[in-house]
Design a protein around this ligand. Structure first.
Ligand SMILES: NC(=O)c1ccc[n+]([C@@H]2O[C@H](COP(=O)([O-])OP(=O)(O)OC[C@H]3O[C@@H](n4cnc5c(N)ncnc54)[C@H](O)[C@@H]3O)[C@@H](O)[C@H]2O)c1
Ligand SMILES: N[C@H](CO)Cc1c[nH]c[nH+]1
Ligand SMILES: [Zn+2]
Length: 449
C-alpha cells in the first residue's frame, strides 16, 4: 500500500504503556510521565557557542551553521529577493491556508490588545497603567525534524498586534533547499510583511539575537519554540533579554470517557507524537473499554502513519501512556497535576468539565476541536507552556510583547494627604531618607506627622 510503513518497534510490545491509578491514593505527580529535557546539561554545549558568537559574530555563526546544519552561508541575513521569490512560488493551496490562519489569528490576537487605564486614587493623585510594546523582538521558528511556517504566524501576529516596531525572524537553513531557509517559512514571513529574516538555527540564533552581530542588531526579547539547545540558550541569556518560555517537547493529554471515539482519540495522540520521539501523548480515562479500543487503534494507525518510527518511539517512551482512573474526579486531579501543554476534553459534558481545569496551556473541547486545529487555524496560539509550566505560565499572546509602565502623578495636596504614612513606613523600615524626601517638599514640616 503506498505510504504505508511498518515499524519494527511495534512488534516488540505494547504500543503505549498503562498506568493504573484506580483505587490508589498516590499523588498523581509521583507517577505522571514526562520526557527528559535536561536544559542544565545542554547549557554546557551552548555556552561555548554563545561565547563564540559574542567574540566573532557573523564569522562564528557561519562556522557553527556549517557544523550543525551542513550549510555554508555567505551571509546570515536572507536577501529580500529570496523572500519575494518564496512567496511567488508558494503553492496556492498552502498560501490560502496560511492567509486564513493569519486572518483568524489576527482576529483573536487583536482582541487581546490592552488599553491603558487611569485610576484616580484620591483627588489630585492618579496612577495610569500604560502598556508599551518592546522595541525589538527576535522570533525563533524551528526547522529541524519538521519545518513550521505555522509558527511564523503564531509568533509574528501577536508581536504585530502588540505594536512591536522591530520584528526579526530566524530559522535554520535547510540543506535540502540549497542552504536556504525553508521556502514556506520565507513565504509566511512575506505574507506577514516581515522582511528581516536570518538563516540561523539552534542556540546560535538565540545568541545572535541576544548579543547582536555585524548583520543583526540585538533584540530586547526572544520568543518561539525550539529544541533543547534553543531552550538552553534562552536560559543562558534570560535577564539580558526577555524570553517567553523554555518550550520543551510538545505534549497532548486527552481526558475522555466512553462517549469518545477511540479512532479520533488515537489520531489526536499520534498527531502530537509526530513532532518527535520525545513528544508526550497521554490518555486519561475511567473507561477500560476506551483504553483498550484506543490502544488497538494506535497499533493500526501508527503502522500506517507517515512518520511511524518517531511516532512509535514517542508513544512507547516513558513520557506517554494511558492512565486509568476511578472516575472523572480522579481524572481531573491527574489533569491538574500534569498541567498539559494541550488538553483535549472528550467527555459527555466537555464544557462543565473544562470549568474545573486549572492547569493547561490550552483546552480543546469536544470531538470537533482536535489539537491540530489549534496548531494551524483555530485562531488560538500554538506556542504554549510545556513540561508542567502551564501551572505558572501562559502561551504566547499580545501580552508577551507588552510591558506595563505605571505613570504616577500626585499634586501637592494629594502628597500632603499621605505624607505622614510614607514617613512612618520609611521609619519602620529604617530608611528615614525616604521619609525625608517627602518632608523636603513641605519645608520639613509634614502636616499631621
Ligand atoms: N511549543 C510549540 O509551539 C512548538 C511548535 C513547533 C515545534 N515545537 C517543538 O520544537 C522542537 C523543534 O526542534 P528541532 O530540533 O526539530 O528544530 P530546532 O529548529 O529547534 O533545532 C534545529 C537546530 O538545532 C541545532 N542543533 C542540532 N544539533 C545540535 C547539537 N548537537 N548541538 C547544538 N545545536 C544543535 C542546529 O543548528 C539546528 O539548526 C520540537 O521539540 C517540537 O516539538 C514546539
Ligand atoms: N503542536 C505544536 C506545538 O503546539 C505546534 C505545531 C506546529 N505545527 C504543527 N504543530
Ligand atoms: Zn503540532
Amino acid at each position: 500500500m503506498p505510504g504505508c510503513r511498518f515499524s519494527p518497534l511495534l512488534t516488540l510490545g505494547p504500543v503505549i504503556s498503562r498506568i493504573d491509578l484506580r483505587g490508589s491514593s498516590t499523588d498523581p505527580r509521583d507517577v505522571l510521565p514526562r520526557a527528559e529535557f535536561d536544559v542544565e546539561a545542554a547549557l554546557e554545549k551552548v555556552r561555548p557557542i554563545a561565547e563564540d558568537v559574542r567574540h566573532r559574530g557573523v564569522a562564528a555563526l557561519i562556522e557553527i551553521t556549517e557544523r550543525f546544519d551542513g550549510v555554508r552561508l555567505e551571509s546570515t541575513r536572507v536577501p529580500a529577493e529570496q523572500i519575494a521569490e518564496a512567496l511567488e512560488q508558494l503553492d496556492p493551496e498552502v498560501r490560502a491556508a496560511l492567509e486564513e490562519s493569519i486572518r483568524r489569528a489576527r482576529a483573536v490576537h487583536s482582541d487581546q490588545r490592552r488599553v491603558g487605564h487611569t485610576t484616580q486614587v484620591v483627588p489630585g493623585g492618579t496612577v495610569t497603567q500604560r502598556w508599551v510594546p518592546v522595541d525589538r523582538v527576535g522570533l525563533y521558528v524551528p526547522g529541524g525534524l519538521a519545518v513550521y511556517p505555522s509558527s511564523v504566524v503564531m509568533n509574528v501576529v501577536p508581536a504585530q498586534e502588540a505594536g512591536v516596531p522591530g520584528i526579526a525572524v530566524s530559522s535554520p537553513p535547510q540543506k535540502a533547499f540549497g542552504g536556504r531557509v525553508h521556502p514556506a517559512i520565507l513565504a509566511a514571513c512575506a505574507l506577514l510583511g516581515v522582511d528581516e529574516v536570518y538563516a540561523v538555527g539552534g542556540a546560535q540564533a538565540v545568541a545572535m539575537f541576544a548579543l547582536g552581530t555585524e548583520e543583526c542588531a540585538p533584540v530586547n526579547l526572544v520568543t518561539g519554540p525550539g529544541n533543547i539547545y534553543v531552550a538552553a540558550a534562552k536560559r543562558l541569556f534570560a535577564g539580558r533579554i526577555g524570553i517567553d518560555s523554555e518550550a520543551g517537547p510538545t505534549e497532548i493529554m486527552v481526558l475522555a470517557d466512553d462517549t469518545a471515539d477511540a479512532a479520533e482519540v488515537a489520531a489526536d495522540l499520534i498527531s502530537q507524537a509526530e513532532h518527535g520521539p520525545t513528544s508526550g501523548s497521554v490518555l486519561v480515562t475511567a473507561s477500560p473499554l476506551l483504553a483498550d479500543a484506543v490502544e488497538a487503534e494506535l497499533k493500526t494507525q501508527v503502522a500506517r502513519t507517515k512518520h511511524s518510527e518517531r511516532v512509535a518511539e514517542a508513544l512507547g517512551g516513558p513520557q506517554s501512556g494511558i492512565i486509568l482512573v476511578d472516575d472523572l474526579e480522579q481524572g481531573l486531579a491527574v489533569v491538574n497535576a500534569y498541567a498539559a501543554e494541550h488538553l483535549e476534553i472528550q467527555t459527555a459534558e466537555p464544557h462543565a468539565v473544562s470549568e474545573r481545569v486549572r492547569n493547561a496551556g490550552a483546552i480543546f473541547l469536544g470531538r470537533y476541536t482536535p489539537v491540530s486545529l489549534g496548531d494551524y487555524a483555530a485562531g488560538s496560539n500554538h506556542v504554549l507552556p510545556t513540561g508542567g509550566c502551564a501551572c505558572h505560565s501562559s502561551g504566547l499572546s499580545v501580552q508577551t510583547f507588552l510591558r506595563g509602565v505605571q505613570v504616577v502623578e500626585y499634586d501637592r495636596a494629594a502628597l500632603a494627604g499621605i505624607a505622614a504614612h510614607v514617613v512612618n513606613l520609611s521609619a519602620a523600615e529604617d530608611l528615614p531618607g525616604h521619609g525625608d524626601a517627602v518632608k523636603a517638599r513641605f519645608d520639613w514640616t509634614v502636616p499631621g506627622a
